[in-house]
Every structure is written in C-alpha cells, then in structure tokens.
Design a binder for this molecule. Structure first.
Ligand code: GDP
Length: 304
C-alpha cells in the first residue's frame, strides 16, 4: 500500500538531506519527486498542485518549526525533516474530517446507516464488517437487505448475518423503500439500536438508482450515508463519489480494497475533490478487516 508515494517522499527527503537551509531553488527537485509520485499514485491534478503549493509555502515561509520535542528536550531539525513535517501536516489536513466516524441517533431511536455505492465496490461485505465492528463496541446492529438488483446480494447478506450471528431483515419481492422503512419497526421489536441498510448498486451512476436512494434516505431519515468506494479504481472512484455526494449528501466514505492498491490516490483526493471525508477503510476480504480511518496514521504510512 502506498509504495509509489513512499518512494517519492523518500527520494525528496534524500535530496534535502545535509542541506543547511531551504530556498526556492534547492526545494524544486524535491517538490518534483513528490509531484511525480502523487500523479503516478493517481491523485487528482488540482489536489497535487494545491498540496505542493501549501508545502512550499510552509517550509520557505518557515511556518514549520525547526525544533521538535524528543524525550522532554527540544532538538533542532534540519531542512529534510522540516520538509517531511510539512508534508505530514498537509497530508493530514487534506484527509481529515470534522466530527465522529459515526453519527448516533438519540435513544430510543435506532441509528440509521445507509450504505451506497457501485456494484462490486464491496458494499455488502462492508455492511457485514461494519455490523461486526459495531457489535464489538457494544451495539446491537440489524442488517437490512435492500439490494434487490444484484442477484445473490440478499443471500450474501444473510450468509454474512449467520456467520456473525447478527439478524438480517428482508422482504422477498419487496420494494427497497418499503423494506428499509419497515426495517425500523422490526429493529424496535428486536431491540436493535443500529440499522445498516445495504442498498442496491449499479455498474454506473443512473437516475432510477439515485431516485431510489433519495427516497430511502428521506423515508428512513438515516443519520449516516456512507458511500463504499473501491480504492483500486482511483480517480474514477473520486468522480463517482462526487456524483453521489451531490445527489445524496454523503456523510462519509468507506474506502475498500486499500490493501490491494499500491497507489492510494483516491484516499488522498476524495475529501478535497468531493467534500466527503473518509470515515472507514477496508483492508482485506476478512470480516475483521475494517478500521476507523485515522489520517495521522495514514500520513505516516505514506511517508514511510
Ligand atoms: P458489492 O457488489 O458492492 O456488494 O460488493 P461485495 O461486497 O460483493 O464485494 C465485492 C468483492 O470485493 C468481494 O470479493 C469482496 O470480498 C471484496 N472486498 C470487499 N472489501 C474488500 C477489501 O477491503 N479488500 C479486499 N481485498 N477485497 C474486498
């Protein structure tokens, strides 16, 4: 994961090692290393430009400190470390989100989480992973099979539910909006406090899908609308997320398959391009492979 980026940042750090001061001239080759690796990692062009601009401004303008605390003592750091610190701060800045990963409804109202996204993005698997994660935090989730489009999606969710011993609500032949609305009463009856709606995906964004999702959002008053995005499809994923955000007002993104993506550009661009922050990341096919997204940790991984 992030090999392309890590290589670029390392090359830049090596270039600056041993310098005593930073200026426009000696900074340029390092910025070029980073620029190339960001583009190669499929980070959106405008995002790359703004990122480099901000890094340059903070190291040349010396808004980045040249002292750090280590073991209670202040030590001076050189240009290479200052540059990396500026990159770290900017990476965190572009990925961070305001507010918690999950918005909870006021009890006794169950918390609603709508999972949306294209077919194959990992939506159904992620619904199961999220249910498992929430249960491990003491919640009582209910999974709702509202993907009536993809053959096998309902069965897949039921199998996941069985493996996790988490109830799954479905209505054979039902309309997605009705299934989701009725699931709320069902959750109350079963005393479940979180409802995860696994909605239908399509191969591309289309109008009937968007109308259906809007109706589900309105009728269920879901507190969270998460788009599940496949990191491996890079900038296309970012474009699709922008279209979903515009129509649905996403509260966050779950980025899947980061384990299989050596580039990681989508994770870096998506908040800045769409306005929707990454809240969780999928790091493998296993049901325990979902983590709350931590920009600081991700930035450190990228910097290597
Ligand atoms: P849906 O059509 O969006 O509901 O997609 P599925 O949940 O059926 O997932 C599609 C494929 O992606 C399955 O083979 C999943 O096991 C796989 N998948 C989902 N999340 C991840 C992840 O974080 N990492 C990896 N490597 N595979 C994943």
């Amino acid at each position: 994961m992030f090999e392309t980026l890590t290589k670029g940042f390392r090359a830049a750090r090596n270039r600056l090692a041993g310098l005593t001061e930073l200026n426009e001239e000696n900074l340029e080759p390092a910025l070029r290393d980073v620029r190339l690796s960001l583009l190669e990692a499929d980070v959106e062009f405008g995002v790359v430009k703004r990122f480099l601009g901000r890094v340059k401004e903070s190291v040349i303008g010396e808004t980045i400190t040249n002292e750090v605390e280590a073991k209670g003592k202040k030590i001076k750091i050189g240009p290479a470390e200052r540059f990396i610190k500026a990159c770290q701060d900017e990476l965190v800045g572009m990925m961070k989100s305001e507010g918690p990963a999950l918005v909870h409804a006021k009890a006794p109202q169950p918390t609603g989480i709508m999972m949306v996204g294209l077919q194959g993005s990992g939506k159904t698997t992620t619904s199961g992973k999220l249910a498992r994660l929430l249960e491990s935090q003491g919640k009582k989730p209910l999974l709702v099979a509202a993907d009536v489009q993809r053959p096998g999606a309902i069965e897949q969710l039921k199998v996941l539910g069985e493996r996790l011993s988490i109830p799954v609500f479905s209505i054979p032949g039902g309309r997605p909006v009705d299934i989701c609305t009725k699931a709320i009463d069902h959750a109350r009856k079963l005393k479940r406090d979180v409802i995860i709606y696994d909605t239908a995906g399509r191969l591309a964004v289309d109008e009937p899908l968007m109308v259906e999702l809007q109706q589900i959002k309105t009728n269920t008053k879901a507190d969270n609308v998460f788009m599940v995005v496949d990191a491996m499809i890079g900038q296309d994923a970012v474009k699709t997320a922008a279209a979903f955000h515009e129509r649905l007002g996403l509260t966050g993104v779950v980025m899947t398959k980061l384990d299989g993506d050596a580039r990681g550009g989508a994770a870096l661009s998506i908040r800045e391009v769409t306005g929707a922050p990454v809240k969780f990341v999928g790091m493998g096919e296993g049901l325990d492979k979902l983590e709350e997204f931590r920009p600081e940790g991700m930035a450190s991984r990228i910097l290597g």
